[in-house]
Design a protein around this ligand. Sequence first.
Ligand SMILES: NC(=O)c1ccc[n+]([C@@H]2O[C@H](COP(=O)([O-])OP(=O)(O)OC[C@H]3O[C@@H](n4cnc5c(N)ncnc54)[C@H](OP(=O)(O)O)[C@@H]3O)[C@@H](O)[C@H]2O)c1
Length: 364
Amino acid sequence: MSAITQKDGPVAVTGVSGFTGGHMVRELSLQGYHVRACLRDSESWRGQDAINYLQTLPNVEIVDGCDLFEAGSYHQAFAGCSSVFHIATVSSNSLTTQPKGSGDVSTDVYDGLVKGTQNVVDAINASKTVKRLLYTSSTSAMFNAKMADPEYHWTETDWANDGVSEEYWKSPAASYNRGKVETENLIYKAGADSQGQWDAVSFISGMICGRVLFKAQLGQWTKQIGRIAAGLEVNWPTPNNVYYDMIDVRDLVKAHRLAAESTVDHINSHGGPRYLLHGCGERSVMSLGEDIPEAIERYFPGYKMGTANNGAQADDGNPPWRNGNHSSDKAKELLGATIRPVEETIRDLVESQIELGLIKPILK
Ligand SMILES: NC(=O)c1ccc[n+]([C@@H]2O[C@H](COP(=O)([O-])OP(=O)(O)OC[C@H]3O[C@@H](n4cnc5c(N)ncnc54)[C@H](OP(=O)(O)O)[C@@H]3O)[C@@H](O)[C@H]2O)c1
């Protein structure tokens, strides 16, 4: 039986200076776990910022020097642990800060996923104590050519490589999607090969948003929603109005913990040991240009809102892609996962950025 409790020993989290990793440590600490927080570099500003926050939490032990590109660097952190929450990735915040990477961004993204996770798996096998690996995957491992059908209903049975051309799949543009798909397959196989020592569960996550705990966590979508609240134009990865398919980071990390503690037969469930987590508060997708400013304005009526290219056109001149036919039903039914209203996610994201001094809203 791979389900864990607080009594089974420490648990390890990778990528703790990041948004999801920092929240994962918080969730586990507040639930009474002893947490080994795997940090890459305690001397970087992000590392320092994370340490300052993580040290305020009970029973958190920081393990420095855990680098996805360095074989053996997770062994000490995982020794004696009951489970591993693998969240670290070469992300937009760390694309150009990879001292042990190849120097090529798309290679590092892919290798950080596949080779990095192999290093994590090797440390799990070496531990002989880890019973379950919880992995943060992405809708990038799920969305595929069926995106052309606006009525298609996505579930855990969908894989990103279904129906896509070999040429695209092998190209640098697909390094993240391909890396996520291959990483999921790698961990399921490694779990099966461990002959009952451990198993693996993944979370097909939407765009991760919600309360920011410390400054180094800000990036990607959280930064763009903050720009709208600060009266600025969005600027990443495009200045255009796009649809955000969000999940609250607190609901996501709670689902990871629930899966670690669950006695459900994940492997033989619908679509295998994968749980789709998005569709905040049943409102799957919101436009950055209209829906999100409207939600912010409801909570912060005195602030001037920013814009997303003043319209609803994507780079190619077509309306932005939108397909809201998906749900977190499997995670709710099997794990007891809960999903809060997306308005709360947006409110807490803006409020925390104001409190941390990350944005300076402009009065109307
Ligand atoms: N953000 C999203 O909307 C989203 C959506 C779906 C899935 N996901 C997945 O969710 C996970 C967490 O994403 P996030 O957005 O929360 O990440 P994030 O905030 O960008 O944090 C990434 C973490 O990975 C660490 N990291 C980067 N390179 C590393 C390396 N070479 N060795 C060890 N650690 C390294 C970073 O440490 P440093 O501070 O030292 O760089 C940081 O702690 C990832 O697996 C991501 O693919 C994210």
